[in-house]
Design a protein around this ligand. Structure first.
Ligand SMILES: Nc1nc2c(c(=O)[nH]1)N[C@H]1C(S)=C(S)[C@@H](COP(=O)(O)OP(=O)(O)OC[C@H]3O[C@@H](n4cnc5c(=O)[nH]c(N)nc54)[C@H](O)[C@@H]3O)O[C@H]1N2
Ligand SMILES: Nc1nc2c(c(=O)[nH]1)N[C@H]1C(S)=C(S)[C@@H](COP(=O)(O)OP(=O)(O)OC[C@H]3O[C@@H](n4cnc5c(=O)[nH]c(N)nc54)[C@H](O)[C@@H]3O)O[C@H]1N2
Ligand code: SF4
Ligand SMILES: [Mo]
Length: 650
């Protein structure tokens, strides 16, 4: 952008796993980034960054950043040259493939970066193996599966379409923490008369933004949605045309009628009058539902989203401006990813949620090597101890990261990689439809490579499938051009992205116009078989561990150092015999951790609210307690269904 003698401002983008995919303006002085700010010209970023990324320079210049490859020798990490590390890796991967086949090697990647270039690591392993990969998605799998079943597609109407809504139900979403760039729009529409309603079992700051706060039982959403549907049917407030554009309308109706409103109210733990009022508000079209990511991370998570989808469909709120049931924006929709085949060609998949037990149990062939990049599964996947044990006990584990994380500590070889301010990539967003480009604003420290450069190095040393055909010799510019080939002619070329964020020209302004869905016969599929599990809490373990995003961290990447045990928020009545601020143990069937209690009488007594992302080595990791179990569909992790109790310190 502009250049003074030594001060430069350079436009780049945030690649963190976040719905917002912000534009960033970095100020660089003498090859050092001195400031990062939100891009004022990005229509969603609007010139500000979140708490965690505003403090990113501490991470960028953290003295504990990895600057050289590490090889474990006699149990101890020793610095190594790239040549030593890559020679060892190539020797191991080629031997293991020759002896046991690609299935004996696993490649695992998660949310370290949302950059599309990161998929080239997947491509490398596909051309080398193919190898074992994960199935499902611990983040959003249950919701995606639900919307694919119901609508044949998971995407949303335009971000700013909420300006057309009379009411917006924020169904389980902590906007102040996990999607801060939605706040200006919500504040604007509320000022202009849109009614905002939050439905969330946890009380948090987003409640203050809303006209109404409804606090159901955790996992009570399906019953609440069915109760609302019951009111729509009883009062004739549903769309009379719905039977024409919905499959299974009658069966859904029968499910709704199978219980009285009082019964739905009792399962959801929401008063009858509240359900009635919610339904009336929602039926006054157009009303939008913004579905958060939390409610699908439960054993019945996919069914819960399907029920909300069905409510949206019968109310007539789909396919109209100001309506919609928005769970996700198709962040990869603009990119040409046809070069990757994924699960279609993988010799084996392991459900992501069950990564730890899955690796340990794999046989014929056993899992001999694991490659982890852009992920910290020991801290972030359920049953941390099992994940750690699985990685440590492999013949060969490689981790690519910028820090010696809980996961990197399990490796035989650790490869140091760039931060987002040194990376070169393209991003779409899962909270809106704008595309951004990132570029290195400073050069990485000597000896630190991007994920792509690491793949390029390896590609020169191993035999790849003919399909690769020199692709790893391409520079990043050529890859970016290729990735954008589907939208370049429509106004989203690399040159155009270089000038600033561009809306995906293929993204809809209103999803499913004329109520034409992307399903086989063009109609929405309504859920009609729903199992109601009683809440998993018991007298012995009376609270569900709710380890949620905190503004202080991006998953396990904390903006500030963690000092001592993390805070667990509970209703005082759920902590008899304890005092506010006291240390206590939280115990599940899988283990225990020490926490500092924070009393809050706005919480339910059946929930213990705790930050996600604490480090396992420090005893702060919620996943040390959480059971590895998949959701009903889509291979998401049921993170929030582990019952726990409080115990005094020993
Ligand atoms: N208990 C509980 N657990 C959860 C959740 C929860 O709500 N509760 N949420 C889940 C969700 S939604 C998600 S998406 C996952 C997130 O899980 P992860 O994606 O595993 O989370 P991070 O801790 O961010 O780990 C990413 C790692 O990638 C590294 N990294 C950053 N940039 C790069 C890069 O360019 N290249 C490479 N190679 N590495 C890089 C970072 O340093 C970091 O160590 O956590 C899940 N875990
Ligand atoms: N600061 C920060 N922001 C983040 C992240 C982070 O680690 N830190 N992580 C990022 C990631 S990986 C993702 S996937 C996204 C989304 O990340 P999330 O933090 O998962 O997003 P939310 O949509 O806010 O979903 C959490 C909300 O769901 C609610 N909830 C939990 N159970 C239920 C239930 O049974 N019913 C209902 N109705 N609500 C429930 C919780 O109370 C909480 O308010 O955000 C990203 N944003
Ligand atoms: S983490 Fe999200 S909100 Fe924060 S700067 Fe990055 S994209 Fe924006
Ligand atoms: Mo996520």
């Amino acid at each position: 952008m502009s250049t003074a003698s030594e001060t430069q401002t350079i436009r780049t983008a945030c690649n963190r796993d976040c719905p917002d995919a912000c534009g960033i303006i970095a100020t660089v002085e003498n090859d050092r980034v001195v400031r990062i700010q939100g891009d004022p010209d990005h229509p969603i970023t609007q010139g500000f960054l979140c708490y965690r990324t505003s403090r990113f320079l501490d991470r960028q210049y953290d003295p504990s950043r990895l600057m050289t490859p590490l090889i474990r020798r006699d149990g101890v990490f020793e610095p190594a040259t790239w040549d030593e590390a890559l020679t060892l890796i190539v020797e191991k991967m080629t031997t293991i493939k020759a002896e046991s086949g690609g299935a004996a090697i696993m490649h695992y990647r998660c949310g370290g970066s949302l950059g599309i270039m990161k998929l080239i690591t997947d491509y490398f392993f596909e051309c080398f193996g193919p190898v074992t990969i994960k199935s499902g998605d611990i983040c959003a799998g249950a919701g995606e599966a639900a919307q694919i079943k119901d609508f044949g597609e998971f995407d949303s109407s335009d971000f700013f379409d909420l300006r057309n809504s009379k009411s917006v139900i924020i169904w389980g979403k902590n906007v102040y923490v996990s999607q801060v760039h939605l706040l200006p729009l919500l504040k604007e529409i509320r000022k202009n008369g849109t009614r905002l309603i939050l439905i969330d079992p946890i009380h948090h700051r987003t409640a203050d933004l809303c006209d109404q706060f409804v606090q159901p039982r955790p996992g009570g959403d399906a019953a609440l949605a069915l109760g609302m549907a019951r009111v729509l049917f009883d009062k004739g407030l549903f769309d009379p045309l719905a039977p024409e554009y919905c499959n299974h309308f009658d069966e859904f109706g029968a499910t709704v009628e199978s219980k009285t409103l009082e019964e739905w109210s009792s399962i959801a733990d929401v008063p009858v009058e509240t359900i009635d009022e919610l339904a009336e508000t929602y039926a006054d079209r157009p009303s939008a539902i913004l579905v958060g990511w939390g409610m699908q991370r439960r054993t019945n998570g996919s069914a819960a989203i399907r029920t909300v989808d069905a409510l949206g469909a019968i109310s007539g709120n789909l396919g109209i401006p100001g309506g919609g049931v928005s769970f996700y924006f198709k962040r990869r929709g603009a990119f040409d990813l046809s070069f990757i085949q994924g699960a279609k060609v993988a010799p084996r998949t392991i459900p992501e949620t069950l990564l730890g037990p899955g690796i340990l149990e794999a046989s014929e062939p056993p899992m001999r090597m694991v490659w982890v990049d852009n992920a910290n599964p020991v801290a972030m996947l359920p049953e941390s101890k099992t994940v750690k044990q699985a990685l440590e006990s492999r013949e060969f584990t490689v981790v690519v990261d910028s820090f010696l994380t809980d996961t990197a500590q399990c490796a035989d070889v650790v490869l140091p990689t760039t931060t987002m301010l040194e990376d070169n990539d393209l991003m779409g967003a899962y909270g809106h439809h704008w595309l951004v480009e990132s570029q290195p604003v400073v050069a990485p420290p000597e000896g630190v490579l991007t994920d792509y450069e690491i793949m390029q190095q390896l590609a020169q040393r191993v035999q790849l499938d003919k399909r690769a055909n020199g692709d790893f010799g391409w520079d990043v510019e050529r890859w970016k051009t290729c990735l954008l080939s589907r939208v370049a002619e429509q106004g989203a070329s690399l040159e155009q992205l270089r000038l600033g964020a561009v809306r995906n020209p293929q993204a809809p302004s209103v999803l499913f116009p004329d109520k034409k869905f992307a399903t086989e016969n063009g109609r929405a599929n309504l859920i009609h078989e729903i199992a109601f599990e009683p809440p998993a809490v018991s007298e012995q373990r009376p609270m569900l561990l709710s380890a949620m995003s905190t503004e202080k961290a991006q998953a396990s990447q904390w903006a500030d150092p963690i000092d001592g045990p993390l805070e667990a928020t509970v209703h005082p009545n759920a902590a008899h015999g304890f005092a506010d601020g006291e240390l206590a143990r939280v115990q599940s069937e899988h283990g225990e951790i020490t926490v500092r209690l924070n009393f809050d009488d706005r919480q339910r007594t059946d929930m213990l609210v705790f930050p996600k992302g604490g480090h396992f080595k420090d005893g702060n990791c919620a996943n040390a307690l959480i059971k590895a179990q998949e959701t009903d569909d889509g291979g998401c992790a049921a993170y929030y269904d582990t019952p726990v109790c409080l115990l005094p310190l020993e």
